[in-house]
Write a protein that binds this ligand. Structure first.
Ligand SMILES: Nc1nc2c(c(=O)[nH]1)N[C@H]1C(S)=C(S)[C@@H](COP(=O)(O)O)O[C@H]1N2
Ligand SMILES: [Mo]
Length: 257
């Protein structure tokens, strides 16, 4: 290519670059004049949270059913009335004095009444419960998304699992039912702490006053009679070290279906 050709070419590229720049700037100006652009720029945290939940949503949603699919008799399994004096006293007073303790690796530990949990956002879902023993029932659940509760207490960066400690003794008072799920599962939009079942206050056989619904896992993950929630970085040193009552007895920790 000749000297002049090179210069012309450089001149051409420079002109393209500058007009491209003008185009891009023009584009930015137009965007920042619109309503949504500055708001999104000003809320990177919200964008990140949305992106995070979009990813978990894409991961998989458990199937949801209609009212017509509800099981006429939802089975109660495992404990149907905790053999624990403190629990029974709380139940006698309709759980007015019950408080959900939330602690461990969180910025703002909390003690929440049922009324306070009901004041948080809620989600209602009709889903199929599959027990590892080989039966399934379809029920309607209403509760607070675990994600909303986590937003309230602020998980610390080291937190990896959410542990649920229950009221019901299995063998011996010290060996109460417990379970755990990981944070990705905890933030899944269908993971809720249910306080209603089939449009009624959650009955005792199904886990009153509060039970976990994690619709993508088997029944034994869905802790009933929750008293305390604790965020941890490992469950290796808690109880049997396998993350749950049934896990300590040989069941898989991950019970995805
Ligand atoms: N606290 C507690 N949670 C529990 C259990 C239990 O015995 N105690 N049983 C588990 C099992 S094996 C199943 S299948 C479901 C049963 O829930 P349901 O009684 O609503 O059918 O609860 C799970 N969560
Ligand atoms: Mo189960």
């Amino acid at each position: 290519m000749s000297e002049t050709g090179n210069l012309n070419r450089r001149g051409f590229l420079a002109r393209v670059a500058s007009s491209l720049g003008a185009l891009l700037l023009g584009g930015c100006d137009r965007l920042s004049e619109s309503h949504w652009f500055p708001r999104i720029l000003g809320s990177a945290e919200v964008v990140n949270k949305r992106a995070q939940s979009a990813v978990t949503r894409a991961q998989s949603m458990a199937r949801e059913y209609t009212e017509a699919d509800l099981s006429p008799n939802f089975k109660s399994n495992g404990t149907d009335y905790p053999n624990d004096a403190k629990y029974q006293a709380l139940a006698a007073n309709h759980f007015v004095d019950w408080r959900l303790e939330v602690g461990g690796l969180v910025a703002r530990p909390a003690r929440l009444s049922l009324a306070e949990l009901r004041a948080l956002p809620s989600r209602t879902q009709i889903t199929r419960h599959d027990c590892v023993e080989g039966w399934s029932c379809i029920g309607k659940w209403k509760g607070v998304p675990l994600a909303a509760l986590l937003d309230r207490v602020g998980p610390l960066p080291q937190a990896r699992y959410v542990m649920f400690f229950c009221a019901d003794p299995m063998e011996g008072a010290e060996n109460k039912y417990y379970e755990s799920i990981d944070l990705a599962g905890a933030y899944h939009p269908q993971t809720i702490l249910a306080y209603e079942m089939n449009d009624h206050v959650l009955p005792i056989p199904y886990g009153a006053p509060l039970r976990l619904r994690d619709e993508r896992q088997l029944g034994y993950k869905m802790a009933k009679y929750i008293m305390r929630i604790e965020l941890v970085d490992s469950f290796a040193h808690i109880r049997g070290g396998r993350g749950g009552y049934w896990e300590d007895n040989g069941y898989e920790w991950y019970a995805g279906i």
